[in-house]
Ligand binder design. Structure first.
Ligand code: NAG
Ligand code: NAG
Length: 176
């Protein structure tokens, strides 16, 4: 009796350590084979509009809108250990207080390799405002297309697929 139990125990310990080794190998191998995808990102126009702040009707709040164009082939990121990709467009700028800001203005989740060729032309999905409530005097921003690779096994991987070649200024705000 005792013998059988200890055997079962040994076998299951052996199997679970095999399993751990296999999972570790999958996690490691996906690091080794991850490709660096290339994409294009163009910001075709930037507009800043002074709108009424919601709670304070006498206060103006600048909102920035950008039209952009993304083409990125992310299919190389799909391999045996890719569950999904989180793709996002980020504005990176240093505000008037000297604080570095990263603001996500658009995103998309890609679940299948067949959808991994990302093509999008349009404008921001999320409101882009500065904490100072105005973009006047805010230095120009960079725009980058980034991704998170969510694996079945292992840790999140971060990467960049495209970025604008130069910093782009915020234009003076227009009244609505
Ligand atoms: C977006 O970029 C692609 C490739 O650079 C180009 O063919 C297409 O015309 C652009 N679309 C818009 C709406 O600017
Ligand atoms: C924009 O990108 C350039 C080149 O990568 C970098 O030198 C610069 O500091 C960036 N500017 C901002 C505001 O992040």
């Amino acid at each position: 009796m005792h013998n059988i139990f200890s055997r079962v125990n040994n076998v299951s310990a052996f199997l679970s350590s095999c399993m751990m080794t296999l999972l570790a190998a999958i996690a490691l191998s996906s690091f080794l084979f991850t490709a660096t995808p290339h994409g294009d990102l163009t910001i075709s126009s930037i507009k800043v509009v002074a709108s009424n702040a919601r709670r304070y009707p006498n206060k103006k709040q600048d909102v920035a809108f950008m039209n952009f164009n993304i083409t990125a082939d992310l299919t190389p990121l799909f391999h045996w250990n890719t569950k999904q990709l989180f793709v996002y467009l980020q504005a990176e700028y240093t505000n008037k207080q000297g604080v570095k800001n990263e603001v996500v203005i658009w995103d998309r989740i890609v679940r299948r390799k067949g959808d991994a060729f990302v093509k999008f032309a349009g404008k921001n999905k999320y409101m882009f405002r500065d904490i100072s409530s105005s973009f006047k005097g805010v230095p120009p921003a960079n725009y980058t297309l980034k991704y998170n690779l969510m694996p079945y096994v292992g840790v999140l991987q971060y990467g960049e697929a495209a970025r604008t070649t130069e910093e782009l200024p915020f234009p003076p705000s227009q009244r609505l």
